[in-house]
Design a protein around this ligand. Structure first.
Ligand code: TXA
Ligand code: MG
Length: 314
């Protein structure tokens, strides 16, 4: 069921049930993070391997200290500027966080979502919410309540409808590796903005097929239809015998089924449209999706990362 009733959502969560929740990045599939039975349901429903750890969500950064043993100063600085918002911190966990959440790691990923409905819900709860994106493992992330319903139907007891996600890409994940601030997943907060406050960071380029952070899996965020990335006019020629859907950044190339991420080349708008357009293309009567990389700056880096993995040959 889709609805907007926070009390229903809170009560289900208090009784070990799952609720899909809106955040500013993507919709999450939430459960009480301290309740292993509830968290186990998340892995089952998503068909998610247990080696892929979950992010926990709180309404204020002040509460983070209840779940971690230490917060580096540079993360406090980032939290002052960007939390609540699309940034997730990897921090050394206290024993109250189950290893089921962290896939056995001593570090837990924590985020403060800014979406008003997520905030209002978390305020009513005295536990954090574990919430991966609300999609089957490896498939396109959801950016509205209908996407979640399309993928799971009534398997999720309640889908809290908070409209379209304003950011539209998952959070940027930051941790410390070898003493240096390191980006483990490019996401909705631009790396350039982070660097303004803490100087240059190391960026993991997700190439490993045995990832230590599974947002790093090569094949991920993928539609059911093959997605081919390159120079769109050349690809249109190469695949002219197929029914094509086009996903371009800014320009219109053809009269095929065509989605333009941002006609004004605005990266924020492109990000907000990205997963929604992939969902729509996956529903269209087409055989392949043709797309192109964006310029490798700002949110373009995060979109390109998802395009790369959506198109990885399986
Ligand atoms: O924006 C977001 O982050 C969304 C919303 C719902 O908050 N959540 C999200 O969760 O994208 P998910 O499960 O789709 O991606 C979580 C990723 C994992 O795949 C992994 O890469 C990283 O976060 N992660 C979580 N816990 C970790 C840990 N303890 N150590 C390393 N990486 C971790
Ligand atoms: Mg995900």
């Amino acid at each position: 069921m889709i609805g907007t009733d926070l009390t229903i959502a809170a009560n289900l969560l208090k009784h070990s049930k799952l609720v899909a929740i809106p955040t500013e990045t993507v919709y999450g599939l939430a459960a009480n993070a301290l309740d292993e039975k509830a968290v186990g349901h998340i892995f089952e429903i998503k068909n998610r391997p247990h080696f892929d750890p979950l992010i926990i969500h709180l309404d204020t950064f002040a509460k983070v200290k209840n779940y971690v043993t230490h917060i580096p100063d540079e993360f406090k600085l980032l939290a002052n500027h960007f939390s609540p918002g699309p940034i997730t911190f990897l921090l050394p966990k206290k024993s109250n966080i189950p290893f089921l959440i962290t896939s056995g790691s001593d570090f837990v990923a924590i985020r403060i979502p800014s979406h008003p409905m997520a905030q209002a819900l978390l305020e009513q709860l005295d536990f954090p919410l574990a919430a991966p994106s609300a999609n089957p493992f490896g498939y396109i992330s959801p950016t509205n309540a209908q996407h979640v319903y399309k993928m799971f139907g009534e398997k999720i007891p309640y889908i809290l409808d908070g409209g379209e996600c304003s950011v539209g890409l998952e959070s940027t994940i930051i941790g410390i590796e070898n003493g240096k601030a390191t980006i483990f997943r490019k996401g909705g907060l631009r790396i350039e903005e982070i660097e303004v406050h803490i100087g240059s960071v190391v960026v993991k380029e997700n190439s490993s097929s045995k990832p230590n952070a599974p947002g790093m899996l090569e094949s991920h965020y993928a539609p059911k239809k093959p997605i081919i990335i390159g120079h769109i006019p050349a690809l249109l020629e190469e695949y002219k015998n197929k029914k094509i859907g086009v996903l371009s950044f800014q320009k219109r190339y053809s009269s095929h089924s065509h989605y333009i991420l941002s006609p004004s080349a605005n990266y924020t708008e492109a990000s907000a449209n990205f997963f929604n357009f992939l969902h729509q293309l996956d529903e269209e009567k087409i055989e392949i999706i043709i797309s192109e990389f964006l310029p490798e700056v700002g949110l373009g880096r995060a979109i390109n990362d998802r395009l790369r993995r959506a198109s990885f040959k399986r």
